[in-house]
Ligand binder design. Structure first.
Ligand SMILES: [Zn+2]
Length: 171
């Protein structure tokens, strides 16, 4: 990194999130990493995930644009950052609309290793979600995935998520 307060280049932020080699699901973070650098890394992860999914939600394919600017889309980490999930590999990412990101974070749904949608067996959720297409996709493969197989979610990341999902609903 350059001197404090200086402009940080993408290359200074760490390795590119575009996969070149083996998927490393976890990331050791330097606790001394500056907030600015952290934000840039997250920002770059977001850009690469948005590009891979052509700026549409992986689940509902919504991709709003207002005056050409994409809105309401968020790059979700499949292995969460708080579990040391990587931000330097697009294969730990999923592009979701704000709605489906919240539901993903709350374990209302999760993709399995074949990237099929599992919906929580929770009656209140299912009733409240009747108007949401998440139920229409249950048991089906996520409709919007990167066409390049090596940009799609890594099996290891999805397996980790599914274990968390199952543990969450068991407890
Ligand atoms: Zn969506």
């Amino acid at each position: 990194m350059r001197e404090a307060g200086g402009f940080i280049e993408w290359e200074d932020v760490g390795p590119s999130p575009v996969p070149t080699s083996v998927f490393r699901p976890f990331e050791e973070r330097d606790p001394r990493e500056s907030l600015q650098r952290r934000r840039l890394r997250d920002q770059r992860f977001g850009v690469v995930v948005r590009m891979a999914y052509h700026e549409r939600c992986s689940l509902c394919e919504v991709g709003y644009r207002v005056r050409g600017r994409p809105l309401g889309l968020e790059a979700a980490h499949i292995i969460p950052v708080r579990k040391r999930g990587t931000s330097v590999d697009v294969r730990n990412g999923l592009l979701l609309c704000a709605n489906h990101h919240v539901l993903f974070d709350e374990f209302a749904w999760a993709p399995d290793e074949d990237l099929r949608v599992h919906v929580a067996d929770d009656a209140p959720f299912r009733e409240s979600a009747a108007a949401n297409c998440v139920l229409d996709w249950e048991g089906k493969r996520l409709p919007n995935l990167p066409e390049k197989a090596d940009l799609r979610p890594a099996a290891e990341a999805v397996r980790f998520r599914m274990e968390q999902f199952e543990r969450f609903w068991r407890s």
